[in-house]
Design a protein around this ligand. Structure first.
Ligand SMILES: [Zn+2]
Length: 579
């Protein structure tokens, strides 16, 4: 990097608060090889004592620019989150510019202009929403852009890269650019591409405008990179297992990822909570409105999976039942309200998964899907089916179309727009939804849209796919227990039978009723308990000690489903119909 400078102390920042990551997650531990020179002379530097992302460089007299160089150490294991996670394999990579640059103090990220260059392994292709100034061989020069738009425009590259236009001959153009670890991973059945084309059409109908000049779904398929989605104005950086397009079970599990990230172009990038719209990457973000930023995106992304046929209505309901049941068994609701799950994100998002139900994870995603469904059902009731959340989206996220822009909002703006669609006590509704302690999940939206959450002994295709992908046994709604096929206990739910008996994550289940544990032995024992008054006897190993714990449970296996409530109209199916 060549950075304009004047003699004295030059303060430079490595991006810390990364948009869409909701925390101080810039991967500073992976910055190495930092070196500053001016006129061939090495300059001394020191890290700020109060902020590890800040560097002070001593600039000598007579110098008007500093050369800075650094390495970003690409993580070696597939763990990690967002842009700090593993990002490259032998055959593909995703370049996130925030990991590769410094920026000077003073001014905003909109004010700073960057001219980026990229050299790829020979034979690799690439895709990005950045515009290209020139290209010679494997070296690409991008046109100058603001720092904001550079950080907002990752590049996907690889040996096997496929570009699929999703709205041929229309503007603004939308395409999917998939880089995978094999050519075979790109050979999805024809209907998959049709479903993603539907997604673009259905999002257009939902919002009635676009806020991008072009849009790229940058989709990385590898078992060796971190799996997540990260939203941008004109693209998204989404990563799934290698088989996520070609394998039906993996495709089901990934079926909501791209629709969620695409919705963010409207909800999160264009419309953004005022206290998340920071002027640079150093100023902390406040996350109290993530129940709109992420919660509404979850709701809209999910209904778009059904409207675009990425999921059948039945698959959509299986996902909804899965989230609702999980939230309905959230023991941590007793001490922590939904608002706090959003407020606490910057410090809490890397919490371990053990004791997850008692900690409460990032519930503002799924629980606010239930709440926004409830809002949609209330709007439809109040207006006798004349208005819906589609009308809210047209007002809040809709025309006029244009390039990337940010229009910030506050709690009051959300309430006022809802009142514009259908007058109601929306302030009271949201205050209650965000601050209550249950008991149980907010199921009012499911019930008001004509469905009921029930449990039976049949595992849905979704539960089977989750169990297969994680190598786990899901006994969450019977005894409150997840464990691996080898008996290692992943988690328990406080207040449910397994936890009450003294079982917790980190232990190993060795035997069930005197017989060596297998998933089948456990399932058989759960079913057998329905007709027996004897408790389940679980032989458990805990940090090298063995003990037999008695679980007094007789309810059989339990898996969640939605079933119709014939006393009410089927509003949910109406919501899921393509526009
Ligand atoms: Zn999101």
């Amino acid at each position: 990097m060549t950075i304009p400078a004047k003699p004295g102390t030059l303060t430079l920042y490595y991006p810390k608060w990364i948009p869409g990551e909701h925390g101080p997650t810039g991967p500073i531990q992976d910055l190495a090889g930092l070196r500053f020179t001016a006129g061939g002379q090495t300059l001394s530097w020191r890290r700020d004592l109060l902020d590890g992302w800040t560097f002070q460089v001593e600039v000598p007299a007579g110098v008007d620019s500093v050369e800075a160089s650094l390495d970003f150490i690409s993580p070696a294991s597939a763990e990690g989150k967002y842009t700090a996670g593993a990002t490259a394999t032998d055959r593909m990579a995703v370049i996130n510019w925030n990991t590769l640059l410094l920026y000077p103090e003073g001014g905003t990220s909109d004010d700073l202009s960057y001219e980026a260059r990229l050299r790829l392994p020979s034979g690799w292709k690439f895709a990005t929403s950045l515009s290209i100034a020139s290209q010679s061989g494997a070296e690409i020069r991008f046109s100058p852009v603001s720092l904001t738009m550079l950080v907002d425009a990752p590049v996907i590259a690889g040996e096997f890269l496929k570009a699929v236009p999703l709205n041929p001959r229309q503007t603004p153009a939308v395409e999917m650019d998939i880089a995978a670890d094999s050519a075979a991973a790109l050979q999805a059945p024809a209907e998959v591409w049709e479903h993603y084309k539907n997604l673009v059409r259905q999002a257009g109908a939902l919002f009635g405008a676009q806020h991008y000049r072009q849009y790229h779904f940058l989709y990385g398929l590898s078992d060796h990179v971190a799996h997540f989605g990260l939203e941008h104005h004109e693209s998204n950086d989404s990563r799934s297992p290698e088989g996520a397009l070609v394998n039906a079970e993996k495709r089901l599990l990934s079926s909501g990822l791209l629709s969620h990230e695409y919705v963010h172009s409207w909800n999160g990038k264009y419309r953004r909570p005022a206290d998340l719209a920071t002027p640079d990457y150093e100023k902390p973000m406040q996350t109290d409105l993530l129940w709109v930023y992420e919660g509404l995106t979850t709701y809209l992304g999910e209904i778009l999976t059904a409207r675009s046929e990425l999921r059948t209505p039945e698959e959509f309901r299986d996902f909804l039942a899965y989230s609702a049941a999980s939230l309905n068994h959230r023991s941590g609701r007793a001490w922590r309200n939904l608002q706090d799950t959003a407020d606490g994100v910057p410090s809490m998002q890397d919490a371990p998964h053990q004791w997850e139900s008692w900690r409460r994870p990032l519930d503002y995603y799924e629980e606010d899907e239930l709440n926004w469904l409830w809002v949609d059902a209330i709007i439809r009731q109040q207006t006798h089916g004349q208005k819906s959340m589609d009308d809210f989206c047209h007002i809040f996220h809709g025309p006029p179309s244009g390039g990337p822009a940010i229009k910030t909002y506050t709690f009051d703006d959300v309430v006022n727009t809802l009142n514009q669609v259908a007058p109601y006590d929306w302030r009271g509704f949201w205050k209650e939804r965000l601050t209550n302690h249950g008991p149980g999940a907010p199921l009012g939206g499911i019930e008001a849209s004509g469905w009921k959450l029930v449990y039976d002994e049949v595992r849905s295709p979704l539960v089977l796919a989750h169990e297969a992908a994680r190598g786990e046994v899901d006994a969450e709604y019977s005894v409150g227990l997840w464990l691996k096929e080898d008996g290692s206990i992943t988690d328990t739910i406080e207040g449910m039978p397994a936890a009450k008996a003294g079982i917790g994550p980190g232990m190993n289940l060795v035997a069930v009723n005197g017989r060596k544990f297998t998933s089948q032995v456990l399932r058989d024992a759960l079913r057998g308990g329905k007709t027996s008054s004897a408790p389940l006897e679980l032989l458990v190993e805990n940090t090298g000690y063995y003990k037999t714990l008695k679980v007094d449970y007789h309810g059989g296996e339990k898996y969640p489903h939605l079933v119709r409530d014939e006393a009410k109209p089927d509003v949910l199916s109406e919501i899921l119909k393509p526009r």
